[in-house]
Design a binder for this molecule. Sequence first.
Ligand code: UFG
Length: 341
Amino acid sequence: MTSKIVVTGGLGFIGSHVVVELQNEGFEVVVIDNLSNSSKDVLKGITEITGIEPIFEEFDLRDKFSLSDFFKRNSDVTGVIHFAASKAVGESVQLPLLYYENNLASLVYLLKELEQLKEANFIFSSSCTVYGQADELPITEAAPTKVAESPYGNTKQIGEEIIRDTAKVSKVLNAIALRYFNPIGAHESANIGELPIGTPQNLVPYITQIAIGLREQLSVFGDDYPTNDGTCIRDYIHVVDLAKAHVAALKRLLEKKNTENYEVFNIGTGKGSSVLEVINAFEEVSNQKLNYKIVGRRAGDITAAYADTTKANEVLDWKSELNLQDALLSAWNWEQKIRQI
Ligand code: UFG
């Protein structure tokens, strides 16, 4: 019997790649998305890759009536992978209540509905932002969480706590939070990828938009950090590797292999790269020079973060397989494909 899995935010950047990996593994997928930061065209991209069009329901998780109606019609759901959330760090500082409502109220409504299922295996999209600037690198799951720099980061911390507290007393809920490092790249087919609205805030989509001629120059935020070349270090993980980690986590819960009803895993490559290293790697794979200049630091940036992935490697039997060059090349291929249309 196939398992029916709900993916909220399943037409977004990470969600769409997870839908593909789930379908590749034979799961029946139902996508819920309010299209606030995605488009129905993503369904076509997914279908081109897998040959299967996922079931799609368009509604907002804050709409309790639609949510409740959905689970009445889908009481055979066995797993939920929850991406639907707002994710712009800067915007969250300006609009905190939007973030608390969209990321936390909807999470509470969703968890309440799951109580009616026979079993609720739940994967939560968390972030390494919960660690802030960790005292030790690489960062293990045992590292303490730090006071969040933004309402967005706070929603990830509080979201984890809400799920942990609920799983503790629930008869049906088993949950895993995946703390992503920096997801980048696109599917190798270039049928799905990242679609930033407006000016990209993240490094890699900014780089690919410069390379395609949409933007003039990259501002490198600070070269006076205490790192090898003075620029910040991050752990950039290919979105396809990240998507596979979700399938591994879900299978752990479906096969009842989890040892706690709430578990946390870091998902990264374990390797840190500086901003200048990313620029150099991009120049190499795209065979062109990138116009950039060093400017002042960006408020809220930490110096360095990269994952200790031992727990995910050993317990989930998952490991990232693609490197920075693979990820940058896939992001570049995607950028070129979408600008042709
Ligand atoms: N950077 C630049 N220029 C740019 C954009 C970024 O120099 O135009 C630098 C940043 O200063 C940072 C690095 O590139 O050193 C990566 O920046 P991103 O914005 O791509 O990623 P962040 O690590 O800042 O943020 C990401 C996610 C957040 C998440 C955070 C957790 O986007 O959602 O990781 O640390 F909260």
